[in-house]
Design a protein around this ligand. Structure first.
Ligand SMILES: Nc1ncnc2c1ncn2[C@@H]1O[C@H](COP(=O)(O)OP(=O)(O)OP(=O)(O)O)[C@@H](O)[C@H]1O
Length: 597
């Protein structure tokens, strides 16, 4: 290493052009080896505002707004729908306000008002019905329609209907399908009569004395070969959707059948192979997939296949049976319709791979829990529960039941109006817990039953029927006759004490048998089984005993109340092991009417 010859020489004071050659100020080493502070001028005096800001106490300083959905972002459960898309859908559907706006057959329109929604006044289509019915009817430009057809050019439309819980998705797919079936029936009848006329002419040309043989007593051509199939995950949902289809069939005149494990093999066979034929079949995928193995013809004529509750039917446990049915029906299929209240990310990526051309028909409020559903929080670690969640649950139910009884004293069992009975759903995460909680509540004098996969099919149906009773009053009327107004919805807070409580618990955790009975109140303690699709119109209160694992479960469970414009209350019980941050964000999202993520 050689040293510079300038080492030890004093610095030159000016460069050849006469500029001073001192220390460079814009290099990383500019501040090194200084003997003076190098302040060129006196510091600038602070303005009055700057002084005020600096002397303000920390608590008074504006906080940087907390990032919304920080905890929910960790879960990443739901696929996002951009807000721009939501706004444009909202604008699009604003023009439609009547079922008459859709090019439906007169009989189809009559079947809505006179069948499926009989008893309701001023029937207007819901957002998902406004979005989906025209598209499924094929009532749009050819260019848009071509987009919905599959890539291989096959004439099969693929659609995903996604909308909030309790927003009328069932009719959104049933109405256009039944309309198409009726039109196809008319077309086929015309074709058949033309064919017969041609045959007759031919016979007459060949032999004028030909005698037509008497008609053979053949079964109907649609026997065991339905035109439309609706798949649902449970027997209860098969019964629920089956009854809507039946109600429509009274006016529209078609044949339908529902089959599930709740029926005996003989009943299933008789329904499926009825000599009078079948147009619409409602089934669970496991049962239909196994029938199709022994009798593949069952799926040979299907033009419309609906996979309702698609977020469940395309998950690991159902996917093999569902896919088998999709594969076997594909050759004759005109429309494949998936329907769901949520688009979980797993479903989103599955659809992108398996059905990349699927058209998504979503509503502006998808993934938002309506603001008319209010969420209260009970901190079970605080007084008077001190960590006893079961006690907190029982006490909350007693408070709700007592408050309702003050308004409607006569019980259903005593011949009172069943609509005045308070029906509550309690959701737990594990099936063992449902039994445990139901027994505890019963010991506390509450009419509670458990519902889980171990409950026999028949009992599941009977139990759920008590919570799905239809009311004929329109939502607006129901909302106004509710015992509560938005002001008496349970206030939520870290230690929300339900109304009617004086501060101490009216129940003791060690009470072995009920000393008192909470009249006029029915409680169902359920696992996720009771949270999917069940039309629990009669339920105004949902208690989340466990904090749901994901936002998907939050949406489904809270979606059992506040259906079709009604008000509802959710109460979540949080303990020290529960994700309070997740609950807080869900509450904030609900308050702002935002879509959860
Ligand atoms: N246009 C309408 N006007 C009034 N009520 C309607 C209308 N369409 C459907 N309903 C009623 O709304 C209720 C909820 O409908 P449905 O069960 O189809 O909801 P959903 O969107 O499938 O809910 P989920 O996601 O929970 O399965 C039903 O009782 C149904 O009769």
């Amino acid at each position: 290493m050689t040293l510079s010859p300038k080492v030890g020489k004093p610095p030159v004071s000016a460069d050849p052009k006469g500029r001073p050659r001192g220390r460079r100020t814009n290099t990383p080493f500019a501040g090194m080896n200084r003997t003076t502070a190098g302040i060129r001028q006196a510091p600038r005096a602070r303005s009055l505002d700057e002084v005020k800001r600096a002397t303000r106490p920390k608590s008074a300083r504006p906080q940087k707004e907390r990032e919304t959905f920080h905890a929910l972002k960790m879960q990443k459960a739901l696929s996002a729908v951009p807000y721009g898309q939501r706004t444009s859908i909202k604008a699009q559907i604003q023009k439609t306000d009547d079922f008459d706006n859709f090019p439906l057959l007169a009989a189809t329109k009559d079947s809505i008002a006179g069948g499926a929604l009989s008893g309701l006044e001023d029937i207007t289509p819901t957002p998902i019905q406004k979005v989906a019915i025209p598209v499924l009817l094929g009532n749009e430009s050819r260019a848009i329609r071509r987009k919905a057809l599959s890539e291989d050019g096959k004439d099969m439309g693929q659609f995903l209907l996604a909308a909030e819980t309790g927003s009328g998705k069932t009719l959104a797919y049933l109405v256009p399908i039944l309309d198409a079936i009726k039109r196809a029936e008319v077309q086929e009848a015309e074709d058949e009569s033309r064919r017969l006329a041609r045959e007759k002419e031919k016979e007459q040309d060949l032999n004028i004395y030909a005698v037509t043989p008497p008609p053979i007593d053949a079964p109907h051509p649609t026997t065991g070969r339905p035109r439309a199939i609706v798949l649902l995950p449970t027997s209860e949902l098969v019964t629920q959707v089956g009854s809507v289809v039946k109600a429509l069939s009274h006016t529209l005149k078609f044949r339908s059948a529902m089959i599930s494990a709740a029926y005996t093999p003989k009943v299933i066979r008789n329904r499926l192979f009825s000599p009078s034929g079948i147009d619409v079949l409602i089934s669970t995928p496991h049962l239909l997939a196994s029938i199709s193995e022994s009798d593949p013809n069952v799926l040979s004529r299907v033009t419309h296949l609906v996979i309702d509750e698609a977020d469940s039917l395309l998950d690991r446990s159902f996917a093999p049976s569902t896919s088998t049915i999709v594969d076997k029906t594909t050759p004759s299929l005109k429309q494949l319709i998936l329907c769901s209240a949520t688009i979980p990310r797993s479903l989103d990526s599955y659809l992108r791979k398996r059905f990349p051309d699927m058209r998504r028909l979503v509503t502006p409020n998808l993934h938002a829990i309506p603001r008319r559903v209010q969420l209260g929080v009970v901190d079970v670690d605080k007084q008077p529960y001190t960590g006893n969640k079961m006690l907190a649950c029982a006490d909350t139910i007693w408070s709700i039941g007592k408050a309702a009884n003050e308004t409607h004293p006569s019980s259903e069992d005593e011949g009172g109006d069943p609509q005045q009975t308070t029906r509550l759903l309690v959701f737990v995460n594990e099936r063992e817990k449902s039994q445990e909680v139901a027994e505890y509540l019963a010991a506390k004098g509450i009419d509670a039953v458990a519902l889980n996969r171990d409950t026999p099919e028949q009992r599941q149906t009977e139990t759920l029927a008590q919570f799905t009773r239809r009311t004929s009053a329109p939502p607006q009327i129901l909302a106004s006759t509710e015992t509560s107004s938005s002001s008496d919805v349970p206030p939520s807070g870290p230690n929300y004490v339900p109304p009617g409580r004086s501060g101490s618990s009216s129940l003791s955790p060690s009470t072995p048998r009920a000393k008192r009975h909470l009249a006029n109140t029915k409680v169902l303690v359920s696992t996720d089984l009771g949270s999917r699709g069940i039309d629990t119109l009669a339920v105004k209160h949902v208690i989340l005993y466990d904090v749901p694992h994901t936002t998907v479960d939050f949406i489904h469970r809270l979606g059992r109340t506040g259906r079709m414009g009604r008000r509802g209350r959710g109460i979540v019980l949080v303990g020290k092991h529960d994700r309070k941050d997740v609950v807080r964000e869900v509450r904030e999202g609900m308050f702002k009417g935002q879509a959860l993520i």
